[in-house]
Design a protein around this ligand. Structure first.
Ligand code: G16
Length: 583
């Protein structure tokens, strides 16, 4: 061991178990002495296949949230202490999650350490996160995260290089003891990737020949601002006022960088006020997206189905679509596209990592999740800016034959072709872990009772009745490696084809978050412009009564409601004013 490399004694911390997407905790937790060091050492000890950390090349970067820079200096010290050969780091530590996935793949790195808690707020009293991505650019699969967790439980020491901090502002190569460090431009490789995927020429010519079609992208002070600036302004030539909140900030400007109707208010208000046809937002680390135009909110479940349906307008998919997929709670809208076009379609558990094997095996091109995640096999993460540009590409293509088409026309056309899946999600955030567990235990009990099947329930507020058809606790067997993931969500299916799903979130940092997903399908054109809340009212009432969710959680209202397919601006304004949406 070189004399500058020291072995520091430590003790395990409880609860360093990576969740749906890495370890997410309050900053104060990561700031404890040895806490971050232990987790980073556990990651390096768990680098699979390639023989551990020695000689590895790792990509490092994140959404720039509070504590990112100290965490990167810790990673540098531990990487150098463990014989890692090279770190590729985003300028000032900034890399969006999709950009990091691309860089891991492009530069054939061993993996990457991503510093983000995604859409969770940032700042000294908010959240931080660390996740490990593997060689294919995707989040570590469960065997790797289990190994990391195992190491955190038995760790007794970590190795560091005793050296001063590295200057993260200097693009280019540096040495840091035995380690090579390359600081790269955070944006350039990603812009090049998107240029190779989309028809920038077509989008540009549509936008320039249709000046009345206004675009607004809101970076919510997350990492995507510089990426959106380079693409929307630099590549597509849109005016400066087409982007807002595009300066990344360590506490996301004090906001909650989650692109949904609750937290992306800054976008919704300006879009409605200025009659903007195409609005979009992305989250803290740039992998989520929301598409929202004047009077038109696109549910993520519809968004991925529409992108799949219009794939042949996107140059990347000209060679054909290999297959489609969605996470289990996501509505079946994409399944109808798959059926019509003869594509294979997969239903995986919540978590982007479950798409990776299918993509690597050449069986999956386009996939999405109801949690505002949409993407393709161009990388192994969901990709917010990709989805935004995919929509612009589709609108530009649609306008070649259907002048004046925007989001609403594309949505309605889709419903007319495939029917409409009403979809909504209720989140009960930071409830007590005991209450959440009691709810799940009660679901297990209900599901085990044979008399529950075929029982009927009447909704009091509307004259609708629902009869239980089938109950399942979702288990997934990966078709590529046959690994089995159990307990992925309780599904309660009714005889009319509608269903509700309950699961515990794996991304919260405090207490428990319960997600309640509601879906109803209709092929009746009279329903296509109906407000979602109205279409789902009876089903929601019955599901809450059957499961006694409000009693178990001690909450009469959810914290956040995600509504799908809002087609009238009157409704959107009603939603903005509705007190159920925290300001
Ligand atoms: C992560 C995962 C997604 C998942 C989402 C919500 O997203 O990458 O696959 O759908 O969490 O997970 P949960 O319902 O367990 O909270 P992100 O954007 O937070 O990294």
């Amino acid at each position: 061991m070189s004399s500058d490399i020291k072995e520091i004694p430590t003790k395990p911390f409880d609860g360093q178990k990576p969740g749906t997407s890495g370890l997410r905790k309050r900053v104060k937790v990561f700031e404890q002495e040895h806490y971050t060091e232990n987790f980073v050492q556990a990651i390096l000890d768990s680098i699979p296949a390639q023989g551990g950390a020695k000689g590895a090349t790792l990509v490092v970067g994140g959404d720039g949230r509070y504590f990112s820079v100290p965490a990167i200096q810790i990673i540098l010290r531990i990487a150098a202490g463990n014989g890692v050969s090279k770190l590729i780091i985003g300028h000032q530590g900034i890399l969006s999650t999709p950009a990091a996935s691309n860089i891991i793949r492009k530069y054939k790195a061993t993996g990457g350490i991503l510093l983000t808690a995604s859409h969770n707020p940032g700042g000294p009293n908010a959240d931080f996160g660390i996740k490990y991505n593997v060689q294919n650019g995707g989040p570590a699969p469960e065997n790797v995260t289990n190994s990391i967790y195992g190491r955190t439980k038995s760790i007794t020491s970590y190795k560091v290089l005793d050296a001063p901090p590295v200057d993260l502002s200097k693009i280019g190569d540096q040495t840091y003891g035995p380690l090579k460090v390359t600081i790269i431009d955070s944006v350039a490789d990603y812009v090049e990737l998107l240029r190779s995927i989309f028809d920038f020429g077509l989008i540009k010519s549509f936008l320039h020949s249709t000046p009345s079609f206004k675009v607004l992208f809101d970076g919510l002070h997350g990492v995507t601002g510089p990426y959106a600036k380079a693409i929307l302004l630099g590549e597509l030539g849109l005016p400066r006022d087409s982007i807002q909140n595009f300066e990344p900030s360590p506490n996301f400007g004090g906001g909650h960088p989650d692109p949904n109707l609750t937290y992306a208010h800054s976008l919704v208000e300006v879009v409605e006020k200025n009659n903007i046809q195409f609005g979009a937002a992305s989250d803290g680390d740039g992998d989520r997206n929301m598409i929202y135009g004047k009077g038109a909110f696109v549910t993520p479940s519809d968004s991925v189905a529409i992108i799949a349906d219009w794939a042949d307008s996107i140059p990347y998919f000209k060679g054909g679509v290999k297959g489609l997929a969605r996470s289990m709670p996501t509505s079946a809208a994409i399944d109808y596209v798959a059926e019509a076009k003869g594509y294979e379609v997969f239903e995986v558990p919540t978590g982007w990592k479950f798409f990776g094997n299918l993509m690597d095996a050449g069986r999956l091109s386009i996939c999405g999740e109801e949690s505002f995640g949409t993407g393709s096999d161009h990388i192994r993460e969901k990709d917010g800016i990709w989805a935004v540009i995919a929509w612009l590409n589709i609108i530009a293509a649609a306008n070649q034959t259907n002048k004046g088409w925007g989001i609403n026309e594309i949505l309605l056309d889709h419903y007319q072709k495939y029917g409409r899946s009403f979809f909504s999600r209720y989140d009960y955030e930071e409830v007590s872990s005991e209450g959440a567990q009691a709810l799940i235990d009660n679901l297990d009990k209900l599901f085990a009772d044979p008399s529950f099947i075929s029982s009927s329930y009447n909704a009091k507020s509307v004259s609708e009745s629902f009869t239980v058809a089938k109950v399942t606790n979702f288990t997934y067997t990966d078709p590529i490696d046959n690994s089995v993931s159990k307990n992925q969500g309780h599904i309660l299916q009714f005889t009319d084809g509608s269903r509700v799903v309950f699961r515990l979130s794996g991304t919260g940092s405090q207490g428990a978050t319960v997600r309640f997903y509601i879906e109803r399908y209709s092929k009746d054109p009279a329903q296509y412009e109906r407000p979602t809340a109205e279409g789902l009212k009876g089903l929601i009432e019955v599901a809450l009564a059957i499961t006694k969710l409000p009693e178990f959680l001690g909450r009469s209202e959810p914290t956040v409601i995600t509504v799908s397919g809002v087609l009238s601006s009157r409704l959107v304004c009603h939603l903005c004013a509705n007190p159920i949406y925290p300001q």
